[in-house]
Unconditional design. Structure first.
Length: 272
C-alpha cells in the first residue's frame, strides 16, 4: 500500500470565521490518497475509487485501519481533512461548517480526477472515473448523505454510498427520486448517534438498499479495522457492497447478505 498527500485549495468558496480564527476567502483541504501496491510497486490502474468522509474531530487518516481493507482489495481511497470539523481546526473543532462539507467532497473528487490526467502526478492513470463510490462515518456519514442523496448538494458521479453511524442532516429533501445503491451500518448500542437515525434514513431511501445492525456495538466499537467479530463484519460487508455496486459484480451483492447475518453479531435487512 502507498499513500500520497495533496493540498487542494478551492478559491471559489470561503472558510467561515471560527472562534478566534477570522476565516479565509478559500478552502484548503489536505487530502490523503491511499492506493494498493504489490511487491513494493503501485498496482497499475485504472482502479475503482472510494471518497471517504471522516467524522467530527477526525482527519484523513483516523479511519485508515478500516478503509485500508478496501485499499488492500484494490480500491483507491481519497480522504480529505475538513477545514473546521477536524481535530486541528483553526479556532477549534466546530460543527458549524457542516453545510460546506458536501461541496468539499465534490471538489476533492474533481481535483483527484484532474491529477489522474496529469502525467506528472503520482495518480496519473490510477483512477477509474466511471467507478466511484462514497463512504462516510458519523459526521462524515451525514456529509455523505447530503452529497449522494440531497437535492441541494447531490453529486451523481458517485455510483454507491456507504453510511456508517449516520442520520439525515438539515438540507433536503433527501432520497426522493434517487436510486443510488446505499449501505447503512450502525451499532444498536450507539448513544452518540442513535441507531434510529440510520433506520429513519434507510426507511426513506430507494432500493437497492441495505441495513446492517451491529449487535451491542457503540458509536465507534465496530469501525476500528480490527479483528473483533463486529469489525470483521464491517470489513466484509462494506467490501462486498463496493464490489457489488462500484465494480458491478452480482455475486458480491449476494455475499453481502451472508457476511451481514452472523448470529449474535449482526443482522441485515435489504430491498433490491
Amino acid at each position: 500500500m502507498r499513500r500520497a498527500t495533496f493540498t487542494f485549495v478551492d478559491p471559489t468558496r470561503p472558510t467561515p470565521a471560527n472562534g478566534d480564527y477570522p476565516g479565509a476567502p478559500d478552502r484548503s483541504l489536505v487530502t490523503t490518497v491511499s492506493f494498493p501496491a504489490r511487491n513494493g510497486k503501485a498496482v497499475r490502474g485504472p482502479l475503482p475509487v472510494v471518497v471517504f468522509a471522516t467524522g467530527y474531530e477526525g482527519d484523513s487518516l483516523n479511519y485508515a485501519p478500516m478503509y485500508d481493507h478496501w485499499v488492500e482489495a484494490g480500491y483507491v481511497v481519497v480522504a480529505p481533512t475538513f477545514p473546521l470539523s477536524s481535530k486541528d481546526a483553526p479556532g477549534g473543532p466546530s460543527l458549524s461548517d457542516l453545510a460546506s462539507q458536501p461541496g468539499d467532497l465534490s471538489f476533492v473528487l474533481t481535483e483527484v480526477l484532474q491529477q489522474n490526467q496529469d502525467m506528472a502526478s503520482k495518480l496519473h492513470g490510477k483512477l477509474d472515473p466511471k467507478r466511484i463510490g462514497l463512504a462516510g462515518k458519523s459526521l462524515g456519514a451525514i456529509t455523505a448523505i447530503e452529497t449522494a442523496f440531497s437535492s441541494s448538494a447531490r453529486d451523481d458521479r458517485f455510483r454507491a454510498a456507504i453510511i456508517l453511524t449516520g442520520t439525515v442532516g438539515g438540507s433536503g429533501p433527501h432520497f426522493v427520486g434517487i436510486d443510488t445503491p446505499v449501505l447503512f451500518e450502525h451499532g444498536d448500542a450507539d448513544t452518540t448517534v442513535p441507531v434510529a437515525g440510520s433506520q429513519n434514513a434507510y426507511d426513506q431511501a430507494q432500493p437497492p438498499k441495505y441495513f446492517v445492525t451491529l449487535a451491542g456495538q457503540t458509536h465507534g466499537s465496530a469501525f476500528g479495522g480490527g479483528t473483533t467479530p463486529a469489525e470483521r463484519v464491517v470489513a466484509r460487508t462494506t467490501l462486498s457492497f463496493l464490489d457489488g455496486y462500484v465494480k458491478a459484480r452480482p455475486a458480491a451483492r449476494a455475499r453481502l447478505l451472508t457476511d451481514g447475518n452472523v448470529s449474535d453479531v449482526a443482522s441485515t435487512q435489504h430491498q433490491i
